[in-house]
Write a protein that binds this ligand. Structure first.
Ligand code: ZN
Ligand code: MN
Length: 425
């Protein structure tokens, strides 16, 4: 039985305003229904105006995921009834998404990116004990959906992909992708080969990497048991129940035709020229994979160090700034990398210049312990008289031994060497 996993990820963009109106997009912590207008409330007659920045960011993400960009694109209405959607439809993209046919490398495997498209977020339902409340602050926030091919076979690869995707959107500075705030939401679809009929189970709206991992493992197990019994798992949408630590059935899966997609009549189609797209491409920052490769090559760092230092763009930039300052004082990139990683330096609290100063001040007492021990043993062996003098109570004799060691390893703190010799005699 082969496991087949695909992913849909929704990422909220951190543009100033919402997707189709002037309301501000940052809604976290705001008073419910305080950031709304006729457009994002879906009042009759209100007209949507697309946010150009959001579309450019969607395309930048597509480019970062090696997609082809559609020069002709449009928005469509995805019709469904749910109270969080007062219009009765979501403005999304159906057959002409902005970006298609991309790919990304995950643990040495190539994962296909089917599409990256733009849509609007919905309102938020808050379920109380015997009623539900709706907050429309989130309604109309720019949302990018990234869909992969069913190319994953393990939960581990899914996790690596998700971390990488989060890292990329953060590098692009188009979203903080903070899952606790709902800025990145994950939907794996899972099926196993070997059933009589084809099927697909989708798990909706998961908000942590760990839960995705557990949901996938739970589903593999659940579906395998059904197939072993000769049954075909039902094609459905399930949810992740944090408390029960399992997926639960929510609804049997809709087909695309259930949504009655049709072109959004209030927004004209969108056209790009190849020049505009290559302009967007030239503005992409150096992405995590490239940066990691460069750190290894340019600074001679290990995979491990490079991976840690490029995990966040801000840390990578901090490191490079410190390296620049450090070379003036003969500090190697490796020394700086070690210090940042081992001491878990907080880049908000220590400026690169301060960091370099600190490394220089501790450099003299940074000692190669095994070398020091070797030299002390050597000194003790070759100077038996001094050792026995010291044992007889001649305190001064030890300073001679210290001198012997310092001749071999200059720059060490004499007291430190003295204490170390004492402990050995
Ligand atoms: Zn609005
Ligand atoms: Mn969607």
């Amino acid at each position: 039985m082969k496991t087949i996993i695909g992913l849909e990820v929704h990422v909220e963009l951190k543009t100033k305003s919402k997707m189709f109106c002037k309301c501000k997009a940052e809604y976290f912590g705001e008073k419910p229904n305080s950031i709304t207008c006729p457009v994002c409330l879906g009042l009759p007659g209100a007209l949507p105006v697309p946010n150009k920045k959001a579309i450019e960011w969607c395309i930048s993400l597509g480019l970062a995921l090696n997609c082809e960009i559609s020069l002709f694109s449009k928005f469509d209405r995805k019709n469904y009834f749910y109270p969080d959607l007062p219009k009765g439809y979501q403005i999304s993209q159906y057959d002409r998404p902005f970006c298609i046919n991309g790919s990304i490398e995950v643990n040495g495997k190539k994962i296909g990116i089917t599409r990256v498209h733009m849509e609007e977020d919905t309102g938020k339902l808050i379920h109380a004990e015997d009623s539900s409340l709706i907050d429309f602050n989130r309604s109309g926030v720019p949302l990018v959906e990234i869909v992969t091919e069913p190319d994953f076979e393990t939960a581990e690869d899914v996790k690596t992909y998700l971390k990488k995707l989060q890292q990329i959107v953060r590098y692009l500075e188009i979203s903080n992708a903070d899952m606790e705030k709902g800025q990145m939401r994950l939907e794996p679809n899972i099926s196993l080969s070997g059933s009589k009929k084809p099927y697909k189970v989708e798990v909706k709206n998961i908000n942590s990497f760990n839960f995705v991992d557990r949901a996938i493992k739970f589903e593999i197990d659940r579906q395998k048991k059904l197939i072993d019994k000769g049954e075909t798992p039902i094609q459905e949408t399930r949810g992740w129940d944090e408390r029960k630590n399992q997926t639960v059935s929510q609804r049997t899966k809709e087909e695309a035709s259930d949504y009655r997609y049709f072109p959004e009549p209030d927004i004209p189609p969108i056209r790009w020229t190849t020049t505009e797209i290559s302009n967007l491409k030239s503005k992409l920052p150096e992405l995590p994979d490239e940066k990691l490769k460069r750190f290894k090559k340019e600074y001679g760092l290990s995979d491990y160090d490079s991976e840690i230092l490029t995990r966040e763009k801000s840390l990578a930039e901090y490191f490079e700034e410190a390296v620049k300052l450090g070379t003036e004082h003969d500090l190697s990139p490796k020394q700086i990398a070690n210090y940042i990683i081992n001491k878990k330096i907080s880049i908000e609290e220590v400026l690169p210049a301060q960091l370099v100063k600190t490394i220089l001040s501790v450099k003299t007492i940074t000692i190669d312990e095994s070398k020091l021990d070797r030299e002390i043993d050597e000194a003790l062996k070759n100077n038996e008289k001094a050792v026995s003098d010291f044992k007889k109570g001649k305190e001064q004799a030890i300073m001679y031994l210290v001198g012997q060691v310092l001749r071999k390893i200059p720059g060490l703190n004499a007291n430190l060497v003295k204490e170390r010799i004492k402990s050995k005699i």
